[in-house]
Design a protein around this ligand. Structure first.
Ligand code: SAM
Length: 451
């Protein structure tokens, strides 16, 4: 069984504990009675990838839908790599991690590769891998076999002084950042003012960035995502930053299992993507992204986790997947088509937060079941979807729906009326609802737009 300690520490503040089963691997149990609506976990991403059609609409730093973001000032686009940001502050924070000089250069190079060299899915994976490497932080607790601390700690102290000098050092290629401009306001970078002076100014005005590479979830973010009361100043402490090692601890299907579910091709492309990213990264020999001796095989291992562990990010306005991310804490939840928790994605610096809440009372000891498939679909469609995660769902709903009757259809209809919000996501049953029919949607999009 893979390392649980790293994953366990991501859950240490939540009413959860990890256990193991023969049929579905590791799973999560409630460590106490959990009330309806109670937040069971808020997880941060180890890496996110936005699909090309979304990059202009979603902030590359906080994953906010730019047009609907309260943070949004003027959208800023990078002409080199195509990433967009909802504000100056987000652009500056990203400049220290997911949009540093070398990351931007490599992203641009990936975008330029022909379909033959790297197809669309592989490019999305390559961006996910870069994102994971760029978000790597000081490992906590101190590592065991995987050597990462010394250089990373050095980097963190550089950054505390306000600027990352390590980044781009030794870079062979000329920087493309000069081409980066604010789309709607071309004067911003074109007035001759040095990038770093601008960065300092905005840092002073906007926010104190303590650890640029691992922005904290602030108390305000925690309140916005609804898991902290108004007066809880320490709310952010419950959300741990996933380490790279926690990603490596996630599950990868064996080649045999992947073959059985016709997903072998996905496993194979991980090494192709890792090789391409590794080659591009080696052009930056002093890159902090490679600190700790990250090799191509570490990279292939990390992105192979995408297969069974990524969460889709839904674009409500375009009604399509905007991208996906790996949230190691949340990856311990197994699937059920009758879940007892639902999840919502909230934008916040550091890539966003995936927040899980109880759909009903969950007694101590019961398994926490999330959902991976579209629960509004009929059983055959859900079964097809679950093949992507290399398993056949055996939940009561799947077994029951094998017998197709009018009553089954009624059951699905009722289930959807009860749990599926018009925005497409699962919604909470209202706490005071004895009938179990009316529910409150807590999704950020609906709330924010006051629909
Ligand atoms: C996000 S991980 C969940 C944690 C996983 N059990 C582990 O040990 O790391 C998803 C994987 O768990 C397994 N899994 C999740 N739900 C399952 C279920 N209802 N039945 C069987 N396997 C399941 C599948 O192998 C799936 O690819």
């Amino acid at each position: 069984m893979a390392d649980v300690q790293e994953l366990d520490s991501l859950m240490s503040h939540w009413p959860l504990c990890i256990a193991n089963s023969d049929d579905a691997g590791r799973f999560v149990r409630a460590a106490k009675d959990i009330q309806i609506g109670e937040c069971v976990l808020a997880a941060r991403p180890a890496g996110i990838t936005l699909l090309p059609h979304t990059r202009k609409r979603w902030c590359g730093n906080c994953s906010a839908f730019i047009a609907g973001s309260s943070r949004s000032t003027l959208p800023i686009g990078c002409r080199a790599c195509g990433m967009h940001f909802c504000s100056n502050s987000c652009m500056l924070t990203a400049g220290e991690s997911v949009h540093s000089e070398e990351v931007c250069d490599i992203r641009a190079s990936i975008n330029c590769l022909s379909n033959h060299e790297l197809d669309r899915e592989c490019k999305a994976l390559a961006h996910l891998l870069l994102d994971m490497l760029a978000r790597r932080t000081v490992e906590d607790p101190p590592p065991r076999p995987f050597q990462v601390e010394p250089s990373i700690q050095k980097r963190a102290s550089h950054q505390k002084s306000g600027r990352s000098k390590a980044r781009g050092k030794g870079s062979k290629k000329p920087s493309r950042r000069a081409r980066e401009t604010r789309e709607d306001d071309p004067e911003v970078m074109a007035d001759g003012e040095d990038d770093s002076i601008q960065a300092q100014k905005v840092c002073e005005e906007d926010t104190i960035i303590e650890e640029p590479n691992s922005c904290r979830v602030t108390s305000a973010d925690a309140r916005y995502a609804g898991f902290a009361p108004q007066d809880d100043k320490d709310a952010y402490k419950v959300v741990r930053t996933p380490t790279f090692r926690s990603v490596l601890s996630l599950m990868t299907p064996s080649p045999q299992l992947a073959e059985k579910f016709e997903q072998g091709f996905r496993l194979e492309r991980c090494s192709t993507v890792a090789r391409v990213v590794d080659e591009l990264l080696r052009e930056f020999p002093n890159s902090p992204l490679l600190d700790g001796g990250i090799s191509a095989s570490h990279m292939a291992d990390a992105i192979s986790k995408d297969m069974c562990n990524s969460f889709g990010l839904w674009d409500f306005f375009a009604s399509q997947i905007a991208g996906y991310g790996v949230f190691p804490g949340a990856s311990m939840f197994n699937h059920s088509c009758v879940p007892n928790v639902c999840h919502e994605f909230y934008d916040c610096p550091g890539g966003g937060l995936l927040v899980f809440r109880a759909l009903r009372l969950i007694p101590e000891g019961e398994e926490i079941m999330s959902y991976y498939t579209d629960l509004s679909k009929v059983d055959s469609d859900r079964r097809l979807q679950s093949r992507q995660w290399c398993f056949d769902c055996q939940c009561t709903r799947c077994q029951f729906n094998d017998v197709k009757t009018k009553e089954d259809k009624q059951l699905i209809l009722e289930f959807n009326q009860r749990y599926v919000c018009p925005c497409g996501s699962i919604r909470l049953q209202a706490a005071n609802d004895t009938e179990g029919r009316t529910s409150n949607c807590t999704c950020p999009i609906m709330n924010r737009l006051d629909i």
